[in-house]
Design a protein around this ligand. Structure first.
Ligand SMILES: NC(=O)c1ccc[n+]([C@@H]2O[C@H](COP(=O)([O-])OP(=O)(O)OC[C@H]3O[C@@H](n4cnc5c(N)ncnc54)[C@H](OP(=O)(O)O)[C@@H]3O)[C@@H](O)[C@H]2O)c1
Length: 354
């Protein structure tokens, strides 16, 4: 049944694909936009991604403002929605704790308050590292008693983006449990391009990785042969999001969106390099050494080392049994990873030469 939805972050990479899917399946969708004058180009883009532009409507606002900065008329517009999808985030490396908290933590709580005031489910996009309990322990997150966590210390270890995504995860759940409002959280791995078109937006971590490989900046593989950077294609991700958002049995549950057949990092670099027609790095460099080098002023920029991005390269494997059950229920399968990577590289080189 078609319903009305509210989406934050609809102009972003995952958001555009979510809008395409929601609008193509008949849902009238209100998108929170900091720049609502861009609605015509967003509609056009959503149309190109297979959506129905006529179902997309903008409301002006900003998650860093009280009440999301919604005017009374726009608040009325969104009062009939059945699900609030929260995707908006400051998603970049080098964020200060203050900025990351203002948008990713306080902003997420404002969106949760809107869902609570409407009495509807919040579908929030988190991040898969919350399922890596060894990582949480190492960086000082007490996942059983999150209020005991020294968050500034966590931010200093993992940076503004990841620190704020983890803090917002626990803060939003706590708020919604107290408010007795349903939520569903989808935790994606690093998001790859669309499995058919390869579509992806500039600024995504995978685009940066492809550019660095293409320019020969990758001199060595971070970590060992067992390290990997778990990925998921954007089309699988948004399909899963829309399935769980409307599933009554998925209230107050969390779901991992991750393709466990993502190759190891050496294999991933090899696959990308092959499509690019460049040589993949063969030597390995310890992640601890890269972190140490990244602390030397000026060197991180010269060597293009993003210390924060190294958090996502790991040997941890994830328990995918619940996601697999849902895949059977929704008849959903991950698209072929090799093909997705190949198409993403072609898309990046044709449209985002960098
Ligand atoms: N992409 C990944 O690999 C990945 C992996 C795991 C989790 N995630 C999570 O998935 C979600 C979507 O990621 P993405 O890759 O689609 O991000 P993205 O392309 O960077 O898009 C971010 C979106 O957030 C909006 N936004 C930022 N600040 C805002 C504010 N103050 N008020 C309102 N909107 C604001 C942006 O709007 P403007 O157009 O106005 O800038 C944009 O629509 C995020 O929560 C991210 O943390 C992403």
């Amino acid at each position: 049944m078609a319903v009305e939805c509210f989406v934050t972050g609809g102009s972003g990479f995952v958001g555009q694909h979510l809008l395409a899917r929601l609008s193509a399946t008949g849902h009238k969708t209100w998108v929170l936009m900091r720049n609502p004058e861009n609605i015509a180009s967003l509609r056009e883009q959503v149309g190109q991604l297979g959506g129905n532009p006529a179902n997309i409507h903008a409301v002006a606002g900003d998650i860093s403002r009280d009440g999301l900065g919604l005017c009374e008329a726009d608040r009325q517009c969104v009062s009939r929605v059945s699900v609030v999808f929260h995707l908006a985030a400051a998603f970049s490396w080098g964020l200060t704790m203050e900025r990351a908290r203002a948008i990713n933590v306080q902003g997420a709580l404002r969106v949760a308050r809107l869902a609570a005031s409407l009495g509807v489910r919040l579908l929030m996009v988190g991040g898969y590292m919350v399922h890596n309990l060894a990582f949480l322990g190492r960086i000082g997150v007490d996942h059983e008693c999150p209020e005991n966590t020294d968050w500034p210390a966590v931010y200093s270890r993992v940076g503004g983006y990841e620190g704020s995504k983890l803090e917002s995860h626990f803060a939003v759940i706590r708020y919604l449990q107290e408010a007795r409002v349903d939520y569903t959280i989808v935790h994606p791995a690093t998001v790859g391009g669309h499995s058919e078109s390869g579509h992806i937006l500039a600024g995504q971590p995978l685009v940066e990785l492809i550019h660095n490989l293409a320019r020969g900046r990758f001199k060595a593989v971070p970590g060992s042969a067992r390290h990997w950077l778990p990925m998921v294609s954007v089309d699988y991700l948004v399909t899963l999001m829309t399935c769980v958002a409307f599933d009554p049995l998925l209230a107050n549950r969390q779901v991992l969106a991750l393709n466990e057949h993502t190759p190891s990092l050496p294999g991933l670099l090899e696959a990308l390099a092959k499509t690019l027609g460049v040589k993949a790095p063969r030597r390995h460099v310890a992640i601890g050494l890269l972190r140490w080098l990244a602390k030397i002023p000026g060197l991180a920029a010269r060597l293009q080392i993003r210390a924060e991005s190294l958090n996502f390269i790991q040997t941890q494997r994830f328990d995918m049994s619940e996601s697999q059950q849902l895949e059977r229920k929704y008849r959903l399968t991950h698209p072929d990873m090799a093909q997705t990577l190949e198409r993403t590289v072609h898309y990046v080189m044709a449209h985002l030469p960098g």
